[in-house]
Write a protein that binds this ligand. Sequence first.
Ligand code: ADE
Length: 225
Amino acid sequence: MRIDIITVLPELMESPFQASILKRAQEKGLVEVYFHQLRDFSTNKYKQIDDTPYGGGAGMVMMIEPIDKCISKLKSEREYDEIIYLTPDGETLNQKIANNLSIKENLIFLCGHYKGIDQRVRELHITKEISIGDFVLTGGELAACVLADSIIRLIPGVIGDEQSALTDSFQDNLLSPPIFTRPEVYKDLEVPKILLSGNFAKIEEWRHEQAVEITTKKRPDLLEN
Ligand code: ADE
């Protein structure tokens, strides 16, 4: 997979890709991530990429020209499966969206700032709009990092134990069951006996029951779908 990220603040995004699983995924050649500084596509001598809104109002609007130039250049080099704009008015990210995106070849993430982007960019290039939740961030950068992390960890080979991504919370619309590790007893707190039984069929059954119980209690909405 290849992810091209268009941003005015690449420095805000670099460290999540330089540690742990996301770093290893790149080293293994399972994903390539490229940052594109939007200001490099400004035709203005001050490298301006935003302007005041037509019709008046507060805040600045990201101009169409630098974004179009950047996306058009990328599109001339390869085909993209999705061109995603991170925005609070997009579809709310969930595991199903992450699963679908994890099997794509080439993705562009466009990070917005200020009041957002000129509407014509959406009409011209954007194929998908994603929000990471009903709150407003200072820009799309942190949302793009969240989206990238949720996708990259699902690419086969990225997580060592192949099973581990498949047994995540949300994978079957169920939250994960409780987990324990050594010691067996800590300050009178005991690990459930079933997990020490060695009976793996029974353990799986118990885990499923726990997952259903926890989901019913914490997120009944997940069971309605
Ligand atoms: N940009 C600002 N807030 C955002 C959010 N909640 N999700 C995605 N992009 C954003």
